[in-house]
Design a protein around this ligand. Structure first.
Ligand code: F6P
Length: 321
């Protein structure tokens, strides 16, 4: 069997360890591994090449994706998908493995329905916003990059009387902000999924200032779209000088953590173990197990954040518990 791997959408650290494991397991199982470069765009442009052990040497410690990625607009046009199919036929590719978010899974699901090229989807996005899946490749490294940044900001914050408003990525999902706020002892956490109460936070912060609090760390998810507002709020409502740090794309890079590499290896093992017997599934990590799911099940289930984490963060959102 000839199997090709591609990475799609926002890259995330951990994609490279997954690509390396893909080549190794394919060769071990007598499959022939192929790379599709540049994600779905590369599928349309025929950027398909046979892979070998040599192609993946020394990549396990690197962030990003050596086969690169893209967000493809052309994929929405069936004529381009037909070209992609012809490219795959030219190289006799029997199945695809895609690393990305649910948009990327949907892209290959449509493709399967039209051209019958089986696929397996592996969650890979720092946003960690896929339903019925508690871990996406890239999440742990991004959380550690954020942790490192907040540790550094805390050094300067504790040397001044200031509030630091730190914006994390995640699109409409507050996972990175929520987890980081709890893990890094922030005073404030605002995420798109929860209605926060600034009046309650103000009362608590004023009590804190009275009792000697000298600085604040506020984590605001990009999806809240209130980073500048919160900076001004600290200045107007609490008379606290304030600074903004937008962490931005540094969250997408960095050497994959140990957990990242281990999970990446297991996602790939599970995908390749099942690709012949039960293809067209998404490999999810749920309650400490790797579970194959139908894309429909994922798309029909609203994404929800971890209840325990939400409970821990309630005071940081100004919510009573
Ligand atoms: O989906 C991953 C992500 O990093 C989001 O958190 C962010 O909103 C977006 O991608 C940024 O996209 P781009 O790299 O295209 O600017």
């Amino acid at each position: 069997m000839n199997i090709a791997i591609l990475t799609s959408g926002g890259d995330s650290s951990g994609m490279n360890p997954a690509i390396k494991k893909f080549v190794e397991v394919c060769i071990y199982k007598n499959y022939t591994p192929y790379f599709v470069y540049d994600g779905l765009e590369g599928l349309i442009d025929g950027k398909i090449k046979k892979a070998s052990f040599k192609s993946v040497s020394s990549i396990i410690s690197k962030g990003g994706t050596i086969i690169r990625s893209s967000r493809s607009k052309r994929w929405f046009d069936k004529n381009y998908r037909k070209i992609a199919y012809q490219n795959l036929k030219k190289h006799k590719i029997d199945a695809l493995i895609i690393l990305g978010g649910d948009g990327s899974f949907r892209a290959l699901d449509i493709f399967y329905k039209e051209f019958k090229i089986p696929f397996m989807g592996i969650p890979a996005t720092i946003d960690n916003d896929i339903s019925l899946n508690e871990y996406s490749i890239g999440t742990d490294t991004a959380l550690n990059v954020i942790r490192h940044a907040i540790d550094n900001i805390r050094d300067t914050a504790s040397s001044f009387n200031r509030a630091f408003v730190i914006e994390t990525m995640g699109r409409e999902c507050g996972y990175l902000a929520l987890t980081s706020a709890v893990a890094n002892g922030a005073e404030m956490c605002l995420i798109p999924e929860v209605k926060y109460n600034l009046d309650n936070l103000k009362k608590r912060f004023l009590r804190g200032i009275k009792n000697g609090r000298k600085y604040f760390i506020a984590i605001v998810a990009e999806g809240v779209n209130k980073t500048n507002y919160i900076k001004d709020w600290f200045e107007k409502e609490l008379d606290f000088e304030s600074r903004i740090t937008v962490l931005g794309h540094i969250q997408r890079g960095g050497n994959p953590t140990v957990m990242e590499r281990l999970r990446a290896a297991e996602f790939i093992e599970t995908a390749l173990l099942n690709i012949e017997k039960i293809p067209n599934k998404i490999v999810t990590f749920y309650k400490e197990k790797f579970i194959l799911r139908e894309l429909e099940e994922i798309l029909n289930t609203p994404y929800s954040l971890n209840e325990k984490m939400l409970f821990l963060a309630k005071p940081l959102m100004g919510i009573e518990r």
